[in-house]
Design a protein around this ligand. Structure first.
Ligand SMILES: Nc1ncnc2c1ncn2[C@@H]1O[C@H](COP(=O)(O)OP(=O)(O)OP(=O)(O)O)[C@@H](O)[C@H]1O
Length: 264
């Protein structure tokens, strides 16, 4: 059972006292052609261990910038990030990112891509063991010797997911990872991600602009405004899991979130 929850239940608003990730008062300004763009203003939220948070908002509201700041690749003007009570000041393997573009190494096989981050850090037996485990968890065992150009877009995203999960990050940062996939593959990937999350208990911060994707996946949804990017609303998704888009309750919840995210 993951993070002390009953299987099939969503978290309610009662988060443990000590979050794994604390984001406090993040502000970010980008300078473009001599003028300043106030991209993020006072972004604050916590994530509990094993929590699945979706950040939902319109294009340009700063969703990706939040992930880049958490990953340590972009510095905020002000504010702080604490991971396990330690300040985040630079990139680290405890925070891994999955993007919309798979960014696999085209000259490496599926298996070589998956174990790439372990090379030189673990001994051969452990790498082999972990490789088998993650190939199996992501349904890629039969495709281990294929090159990226020989597999489908959904399979590439499975490789991208396995490649970061094998590093056992504390926090998985996902930037519209399924945005380029067709509807059926996208649903398959959402289900795969949820099953991996149940087994591996990662904390996930997932960016999307798709309301039904956020409702299907999240324990909590942070709805953002733009210009400047701010958190307008925090919504606990108290629907039972697994969530099915054909259920009336799911549909009603999506309508509620849609109304919140669309009205000013
Ligand atoms: N390195 C940069 N230099 C200047 N401006 C930037 C930079 N990165 C992002 N921006 C600007 O910051 C704003 C927020 O960008 P960001 O990519 O975080 O938004 P987003 O909500 O993820 O958008 P989308 O959903 O379209 O990906 C945009 O106006 C973007 O042009």
């Amino acid at each position: 059972m993951k993070h002390g929850l009953k299987p099939g239940s969503a978290k309610t608003g009662n988060m443990p006292d000590s979050p794994i990730l604390e984001i406090r008062d993040l502000c970010k300004v980008f300078s473009i052609n001599g003028s300043c763009l106030n991209v993020l203003e006072n972004i604050s939220f916590n994530a509990s261990e094993g929590e699945f948070i979706c950040i939902l908002g319109p294009s340009g509201c700063g969703k990706s910038t939040i992930l880049k700041i958490i990953s340590g690749f972009v510095s905020p003007e002000s504010g702080r990030i604490m991971l396990n009570n330690r300040p985040v000041l630079k990139p680290g393997a405890d925070r891994c990112m999955v993007f919309q573009e798979d960014a696999l190494f085209p000259w490496l096989t599926v298996e070589e891509n998956i174990v790439f981050g372990l090379k030189g850090k673990q001994d051969k037996d452990i790498i082999k063991h972990e490789s088998e485990r993650f190939l199996s968890l992501t349904g890629l065992t039969l495709f281990r010797d294929y090159l990226p150009h020989e597999i489908s877009g959904g399979m590439k995203q499975r490789v991208a997911l396995a490649r970061v999960l094998i590093l056992k990050p504390k926090v998985l940062l996902m930037d519209e990872p399924f945005g380029a996939l067709d509807a059926q593959t996208r649903e398959d990937m959402q289900n795969l991600l949820l099953s991996l999350w149940e087994k591996l208990s990662h904390t996930i911060i997932f960016v999307t602009h798709d309301v039904s994707e956020a409702v299907k996946l999240a324990d909590r949804i942070l709805v953002m405004d733009r210009n400047p990017g701010r958190i307008r609303e925090r919504i606990t998704v108290d629907l039972k899991r697994p969530r099915k888009i054909e259920d009336l309750q799911f549909h009603e919840f999506c309508k509620k979130v849609y109304n919140i995210s669309c009205c000013k």
